[in-house]
Design a protein around this ligand. Structure first.
Ligand SMILES: [Zn+2]
Length: 283
């Protein structure tokens, strides 16, 4: 703790803090993390964490007085030739600059870190003895994408899926499950966001069940056919919901960092649902 009176941090100081908590070196090579808009010397009074920097989410954050939005997903993952207000992403850039609100991205560096997206999910689901599904190329052994661990007590797939459903923000698509409802599960693999590229790692980790988002027909069916006993069973959740779970934990990490640094800054979490689906016809 510092003994000095709290002071308003600059964007540059916040960026240095983010780098310590979620180093850019942990990001995947294809990713685009770091500062998207904003002047490093601008003072920051209120930070709001969001999953997606859509116009609706950004407008809500601006209305709540944010002068920095920290988004999990990049606004512009692919290079662009302009940011005119003729495009949706350009309109977001204009609203940010007009409102003197900065935007910063913590994406796969936030996934990979200890206390990252999958780590938080694993913790909330009560997994123990966790390790990454794939180790970070430039990180510690405990850093990397996804997590695998075990439940403290074996449970049925149905009850486990019910627990997953109970902890996630409510979205139109709910939670889909592949596997017998009464099958017993203990070893759990998790990847917040789209995790269908990790099936080999999930099988190698001997997981009974895999929780991830955006599972498509062919990868899911092939995963089901790949083993004789049908494991890993699949729990398919909302991409948005699985990653929103990280926001309160990430915000708390930054609040702790701000307190230790003697910063006076509000750090909040967006409650705007940016899941793209609005309703579901089922049964
Ligand atoms: Zn994502």
């Amino acid at each position: 703790m510092t003994s000095q009176a709290p002071s308003t941090p600059t964007l540059r100081q916040i960026m240095d803090g983010i780098e310590q908590l979620w180093p850019a070196s942990l990001a995947e090579t294809w990713d685009a993390v770091g500062l998207v808009a904003g002047r490093p010397e601008q003072p920051i009074n209120r930070i709001i964490w969001v999953v997606d920097p859509t116009l609706e989410v950004v407008e809500d954050a601006i209305e709540r007085g944010a002068d920095l939005i920290i988004a999990h997903h990049p606004l512009m993952l692919k290079p662009v030739n302009g940011v005119s207000a003729l495009t949706s992403k350009g309109r977001v850039v204009h609203r940010l600059i007009e409102s003197q609100c900065a935007l910063l991205t913590a994406h796969t560096n936030g996934d990979s870190a200890v206390g990252g997206v999958s780590d938080v999910l694993a913790d909330i689901l009560g997994l123990v003895d966790c390790e990454p599904l794939t180790r970070a190329a430039n990180g510690l052994p405990e850093e990397g994408i996804g997590r695998v661990g075990r439940l403290e007590s074996t449970t049925t797939l149905g009850d486990f899926a019910g627990k997953v459903y109970g902890i996630l923000p409510k979205v139109a698509g709910g939670v889909r499950v592949s596997g017998p409802r009464d099958a017993m599960v203990s070893r759990v693999a998790i990847c917040g966001g789209a995790g269908d590229s990790l099936f080999d790692a999930v099988r190698a980790a001997n997981a009974d069940v895999y929780v991830t988002a955006d599972l498509r027909h062919h990868p899911a069916l092939e995963a089901k056919e790949a083993t004789l006993d049908g494991r890993p069973y699949l729990v398919d959740v909302s991409h948005f919901a699985s990653e929103w779970m990280w926001l309160p934990a990430a915000a708390q990490s930054l609040i702790n960092f701000a307190e230790d640094s003697g910063w006076e800054v509000d750090i909040l979490v967006s409650s705007v649902n940016s899941d793209p689906w609005d309703f579901c016809l089922n049964g």
